[in-house]
Design a binder for this molecule. Structure first.
Ligand code: GLN
Length: 534
């Protein structure tokens, strides 16, 4: 029998439900179980692709090109659950499907309602993920906070799983906050209220993960247990880890989270094997050297905008047994002040990540030129590659008006322009070049050295590309085109000649990097930053 685990959140948002869900996934996998992860986002957008990073942080892309919530990135980093469009559910998708069926007359004249039609659609989506052979457990994280109007149909669907599959096949984990007030006292009342709200919907949590500044003492856990009917042993502290989020599976394991889960669900498993996670944490604690890496972009005031890049840089540090300090640099400030010696004085290398729209672009071009001339390690991802091409065309080829048609639609010198397949695209949602596809790498290049093979598969998310009209000129002037699509039509990666580390890629390697399997490009980039720092 397949088991269904639901993770809900209470008190307030941003408590780290995604990492909690991903950590539980990692723990169950470490016991040899085969799991699947699902994220539910109760908003009406069909997917995260059309949302501004200011609203919702990074847009994570899966192999099949789904533009999803950044929590799927946490699942990718912590677990081996394959992720696709099916693993990311939104209110928009559910309603779209139900309305489509209604228009097709598939409800045979019945009144279409939230219960049972919307809830059935939700349940079908969750159950069908687990239909593959040998899946032991499906972990579904329900976004939002209990009590929100939006999440009600999802919670109701989750409640019905108990009715449909029986108590011993369904488990509810609730993440909540235990705030500390002046004087250091920990307050359990918000947790009591949020569990009460959950119980009003008919869900009795089995396990509470309590976000708190430090381990809760027995008396506090006992009090929470008394008010919530959750066993004292299942009141677990999700305390703030000091060093790295990759310690969280170990923190939970110490408090027997995985044991409680398998006992409740009556699953026979081996013991947890967490050596790899322990090693990641050990490296983190024992790293003697460290580098400071810049991320030059325009969304630098928000933590989650470059989440996967941030983590992939950390993984690069793990690969080199080094610490990585990340500094966010606002490209608009570079544009205004232009003082790059000052900006980059203590930086050992920097990265220009993906991005859209014109704001801050000239600052990025200035920064890329600085890195190229000064021999500072530079990693351009997607927009970061396009910036490299524009800068090179202007400075080396002498094409003063070189630009992307994204920023100068009528420009004289469109070294980066719209992909031909994008010419007639009008709609915004899900219409970019998206998902996993093949690139062929040229032997003898830096990127080839990283992957050590000619054929690679990486994920894409862009509308613009290097214009083929300028390819010959760029190459004749030294720019190395190190990777192309197998039909040679699109430039996939480039490198600066005679430079310690200047690499641009049109794809997004950050989406597939894991702490226990750092991406080779990030590992190699951090190695170059370390060399630069010496
Ligand atoms: N705006 C650029 C494009 O659409 C880059 C996209 C990105 O960096 N993800 O091609």
């Amino acid at each position: 029998m397949r088991k269904y685990i639901f993770i809900t959140g209470g008190v307030c948002s941003s408590l780290g439900k995604g990492i909690a869900a991903a950590s539980l996934g990692a723990l169950l996998e470490s016991r040899g179980l085969k799991i699947r992860m699902i994220k539910i986002d109760p908003y009406i957008n069909v997917d995260a692709g059309t949302m501004s990073p200011y609203q919702h942080g990074e847009v994570f892309v899966t192999d099949d090109g789904a533009e999803t919530d950044l929590d799927l990135g946490n699942y990718e980093r912590f677990t081996n659950s394959p992720l696709s469009q099916a693993n990311s559910i939104t209110t928009g998708q559910i309603y779209q499907e139900v309305i489509k069926k209604e228009r097709e007359g598939r409800y045979l004249g019945r009144t279409v309602q939230v219960i049972p039609h919307i809830t059935d659609e939700i349940k079908n989506r969750i159950v069908s993920i687990g239909e593959e052979k040998d899946i032991n457990a499906i972990i579904t994280e329900i976004g939002g906070t209990v009590g929100d109007i939006e999440s009600f149909p999802f919670l109701e669907a989750a409640r019905q799983f108990v009715h449909d599959f029986g108590r011993k096949n369904v488990l509810f984990v609730h993440l909540t906050l235990i705030p500390e007030v002046v004087g250091g006292e920990l307050k359990t009342k918000p947790t009591q209220h949020s569990v009460k709200a959950l119980r009003e919907i008919g869900i009795q949590p089995d396990i509470l993960l309590c976000r708190a500044p430090h381990l809760l003492d027995k008396a506090t856990r006992n009090k929470i247990s008394l008010f919530t009917d959750v066993d004292e042993e299942a009141v677990i502290t999700a305390y703030d880890v000091e060093s790295t989020i990759y310690e969280i599976p170990l923190v939970y394991h110490k408090q027997k989270l995985d044991q409680i889960v398998v006992d409740r669900l009556e699953i026979q498993t081996s013991d947890a094997h967490l050596d790899l996670w322990q090693e990641v944490v050990n490296i983190h604690h024992s790293a003697k050297e460290s580098v400071t890496v810049g991320i030059v972009g325009k969304y630098v005031n928000l933590n989650d905008t470059y989440k996967s890049i941030h983590e992939a840089l950390m993984h690069g540090g793990i690969a080199n047994k080094a610490g990585v300090n990340i500094e966010y640099i606002d490209s608009e400030k570079i544009e205004k002040s232009g003082d790059m010696d000052e900006t980059f004085r203590h930086i050992d290398g920097f990265l220009i990540p993906g991005g859209f729209g014109q704001r801050g672009i000239e600052g990025m071009i200035l920064a890329a030129g600085y890195a190229r001339v000064k021999g500072l390690p530079y990693f351009g991802i997607c927009l970061g590659l396009q910036i490299m091409v524009i800068e090179y065309a202007r400075a080396v080829l002498g094409l003063k008006d070189a630009n992307s048609t994204e920023f100068a639609p009528e420009g004289e010198c469109p070294v980066v322009s719209l992909l031909s397949e994008q010419m007639d695209v009008k709609a915004y949602g899900g219409t970019m070049r998206l998902g996993r596809s093949e690139s062929s790498l040229k032997s003898g290049t830096r990127i080839y050295e990283c992957y050590n093979k000619n054929s690679i598969f990486e994920r894409h998310r862009h509308r613009y590309e290097v214009h083929n009209r300028f390819r010959k000129d760029l190459e004749e002037n030294g720019l190395i085109i190190s990777g192309v699509t197998p039909d040679y039509m699109l430039v996939e990666s480039i490198e600066w000649p005679d430079h310690p580390w200047g690499v641009g890629v049109q794809f997004h390697p950050e989406f597939t990097s894991k702490p226990i399997k750092p991406h080779p490009l990030f590992a190699n980039f951090i190695e170059a930053c370390l060399e630069h720092s010496m």
